[in-house]
Ligand binder design. Structure first.
Ligand code: GLN
Length: 395
């Protein structure tokens, strides 16, 4: 993994993004486009786009970044934010927060668990969330609210729903009908099933470009704000909760694999879109319509893995390794604190990391496994040399 201790410079990021687009253009195994409705089945699988929006608003894109696509299940992130904002913690009596390990449209688990969907990102969970929005608004009003919210967070009034997609979903949504009716029986859904499904199918039919998708993810990348310390859209707590759910449940029965490979919260849809965030660093939109067997974009997942690898972005990267918090350059110190191989920055390094001898005459470095941790202590950079960094309070 590429480790960075400064934000990724824009020219480098531009290179990374266009290299990835180039690599994806050459890929031959592109997955299969969703074919359950005609408007998705006829999309050309040869397309790919990647867009990144940085904290200062810089937008970097490559590939078919101007092409609109159906965001489908990515819309579940926006409805979750809306429902949470409206109902607060009460929402969790209608939907769980556990990964399902099952396909996105599975009905089996719902029966075992007495009509309570595992999480808001499988179909059953998203239908329950939509229904909870309908407890506060009439269907048309609810759709208006959803669209208004998406346009607001994306800063783009051009975003719209595709009526052809919505109609096809309505005509063929037999399984979603089954899920909704099943939940109605258990009281998870309170309103008329047709109304709830009508709104659900319409929000799945929102179309966006990857640039719009990346911009609409900013409020999750910046702790609930549209830019770092900018105007707040949702509370920081809520943004973090949604990101957690995207990380653990955002890719259905491949969520663990996506988290393992990419290390960033992300939400996919059967239109081939993936929205992802590198908290504090970037908001990302990616699209390629060919899907893997779990219904996630094949090339999109691969591209995000490469992006994370080449930028060093990961929610599991320690603070000192995140661009925004890196000490060395901000403080402008010649000898800024640098973590050692064991990630220690304190004066006292644990015994297992110490070189065998500290004698100045001994210029060798020590490399080796100690209690299962690879230790490499270079004498050239004395481990006892540490400097406090003024811009990192409390550290
Ligand atoms: N509209 C799709 C459905 O309900 C959304 C599924 C998805 O994107 N995974 O089947």
């Amino acid at each position: 993994m590429t480790m960075t201790d400064t934000p990724v410079p824009v020219p480098r990021l531009e290179r990374i993004v266009s290299e990835i687009a180039q690599e994806m253009a050459e890929a031959t195994d592109r997955g299969r486009v969703a074919d359950y409705i005609a408007p998705l089945a006829r999309i050309d699988p040869g397309q790919f786009a990647l867009s990144v929006v940085l904290p200062d608003g810089t937008q970097i894109s490559a590939g078919d970044a101007d092409t609109r696509f159906s965001i489908q299940s990515v819309s579940k992130v926006f409805t979750l934010a809306l429902a949470l904002g409206k109902m607060g913690e009460q929402l969790w009596s209608r939907v769980g927060r556990e990964p399902s390990g099952d396909p996105f449209n599975s009905i089996v688990q719902l029966e075992y668990e007495r009509g309570l969907p595992r999480n808001p990102f499988i179909n059953a969970g998203a239908i329950a969330v939509t229904d909870s929005i309908l407890s506060a608004y009439a269907p048309k009003e609810a759709l208006g609210q959803i669209l208004q919210f998406v346009r607001f967070v994306a800063g783009d009034e051009d975003i719209a729903m595709d009526p052809t997609v919505a109609r096809s979903e309505l005509e063929t949504g037999f399984r979603n009908n089954a899920l909704a009716n099943f939940m109605r029986e258990f009281g998870t859904i309170e309103g008329p099933v047709e109304q709830t499904l009508g709104v659900y199918f319409h929000h799945c039919a929102i179309s966006m470009t990857t640039e719009q998708l990346a911009k609409s993810a900013r409020f999750l990348a910046y702790d609930g704000c549209l830019r770092p310390r900018g105007s707040r859209v949702i509370s920081a707590r809520m943004a973090r909760q949604i990101n957690t759910l995207m990380l653990t449940c955002g890719h259905y029965d491949r969520s663990g694999e996506f988290a393992f490979r990419v290390g960033l919260p992300g939400k996919s849809g059967v239109g081939g879109g993936i929205m992802a965030v590198a908290p504090g660093q970037a908001a990302i939109g990616c699209w390629s319509p060919g899907l893997n067997r779990s219904g996630n974009s094949e090339l999109g997942s691969r591209a995000l893995e490469r992006l994370a690898e080449r930028t060093g972005w990961s929610v599991f990267a320690p603070r000192w390794d995140r661009g925004a918090d890196a000490c060395a350059n901000r403080a402008g110190l010649l000898f800024a604190r640098k973590p050692d191989q064991c990630g220690r920055t304190k004066n006292k390094r644990p015994a297992r990391c110490r070189p065998k001898s500290n004698s100045p005459a001994d210029n060798r470095s020590f490399h080796g496994w100690k209690s299962g941790i690879w230790c490499a202590c270079f004498k050239a950079v004395p481990w006892w040399t540490t400097f406090r960094c003024a811009s990192c309070p409390g550290r």
